[in-house]
Ligand binder design. Structure first.
Ligand code: PLP
Length: 389
């Protein structure tokens, strides 16, 4: 049967994520000028909202870029050519830290983990012992490509014993998803992007620095111009950004921060944890297995069963036949996994849509050792049990 209504579109990818209707409405507002008292007032409100999410007293800088722009800016603003740094490569985004640091001529010591593995903090401690001059450890709190959680608190604690070393944490699918208190855990640099838990279109990145990291900034010798943390800090104190920002994304950010504040950060963490739990229960009920040994609450990575030879067909069929977008695997994981996101503006019934389409797709592609309703049933059961407690 051909009907576009039967292929109504649903987005369940780990970025971009769905955008709440009140945020969409903001994006349709008339443009306003960014050097005006009206805009400055909005920026001041946003600043306190961001500080709440980052759980910091520091300023949170706002850059016009996707998340990678903030990662790039951290390297160009905080180091000098040849500086030794440690990167943790647990997947595509960890590898990106390595590539950016190498592109800027840093001396990179890379800790690579098996895809789906987290890291033992002890490994970081030993690497620092062997490389006591390392200037930073760069890693992901949640590695989106494998759906894996990394032990941020433990790693930051280890780094604190080294006065010449800072922690730089990519929290692009972590901030707003699970607890990551920047100040109390002693995280030196924390960053995120707009198209993940902030529930906005791509185009904004936010980054905050500890006092220790600001010292790095003053001494760092790498050339930089557009992304200059010192200029951005001066600007943000005045309710401004150094350059013309994507004004509509700023308007949207004000609204999405309001929505997060209304839900409260603690409830947001609980909601993400519950939806992740429901997803894992659904996957296990289907007889499938998770890629990650330490699954993140942002996204669930699932191994393609042997019955399906061409794993890439799973996201393709879900999107083309059923209108549901999920993510596949990247690089060496291409065709080997698929990823269901439960990040941002997601409720239980978004998950049910995704799991329903997954059941149809698996059956169609030849994985048939389950009855319809198995995944959705397990998710609902898990949700119900939690809800009635
Ligand atoms: C999405 C994402 C990024 C940034 O990717 P962009 O496409 O530049 O926004 C970086 N790290 C992680 C962990 C991500 O999930």
């Amino acid at each position: 049967m051909q009907s576009h209504f039967l292929k109504k579109k649903y987005l369940l990818t780990p970025g971009p994520t769905q955008i709440p209707e009140p945020v969409l409405a903001q994006l349709a507002q008339p443009i306003l000028h960014h050097r005006t008292p009206e805009f400055i007032e909005i920026m001041h409100k946003i600043q306190s909202g961001l500080q709440e999410i980052f759980q910091t007293k520091q300023n949170v800088l706002i850059l016009s870029a996707s998340g990678t722009g903030a990662m790039d800016a951290c390297v160009s603003n905080l180091f000098s050519p040849g500086d030794p740094v440690i990167t943790i490569n647990g997947g595509k985004f960890g590898e990106r830290w390595t590539k950016i640091a190498q592109a800027y001529g840093l001396n990179v010591i890379e800790l690579k983990t098996a895809r789906g593995s987290s890291i033992d903090p002890q490994t970081v401690a030993e690497t620092l012992k062997q490389n006591p001059h390392a200037r930073a450890v760069l890693f992901q709190a949640s590695e989106t490509s494998t759906g894996t959680l990394f032990p941020t608190q433990e790693i930051c604690k280890i780094i604190q014993a080294y006065p010449q070393c800072i922690s730089i944490v990519d929290a692009i699918t972590a901030l707003g998803v699970f607890d990551l208190p920047m100040d109390s855990w002693g995280i030196d640099v924390l960053l995120t992007g707009s198209q993940k838990a902030l529930m906005l279109p791509p185009g904004l990145a936010c980054v905050s620095l500890s006092e220790k990291a600001w010292d790095w900034q003053k001494k760092a010798q790498l050339p930089r111009f557009y992304f200059d943390f010192a200029k951005e800090r001066q600007a943000i104190l005045k309710g401004q950004t150094a350059w013309t920002p994507p004004i509509h994304l700023i308007l949207g950010l004000q609204k999405s921060l309001e929505l997060i504040q209304a839900e409260t950060l603690q409830i947001s963490f609980k909601r993400h944890a519950l939806l992740a739990k429901c997803t894992r229960a659904a996957i296990q009920a289907l007889g499938l297995s998770l890629l990650s040994e330490a699954p993140s609450n942002a996204v669930t990575a699932v191994k393609v069963p042997v019955e399906i030879q061409e794993g890439k067909l799973i996201p393709k069929t879900m999107r083309e036949q059923y209108g549901v977008s999920i993510a596949g695997g990247q690089d060496e994981l291409e065709g080997k996994i698929f990823r269901l996101s439960h990040l941002g503006y997601v409720g239980i019934f978004d998950l049910i849509v995704g799991l329903g389409a997954l059941e149809m797709t698996l059956y169609k592609l030849g994985y048939r050792s389950f009855t319809f309703g198995t995944a959705t049933g397990a998710a609902l059961q898990t949700y119900y049990q939690q809800e009635i407690q």
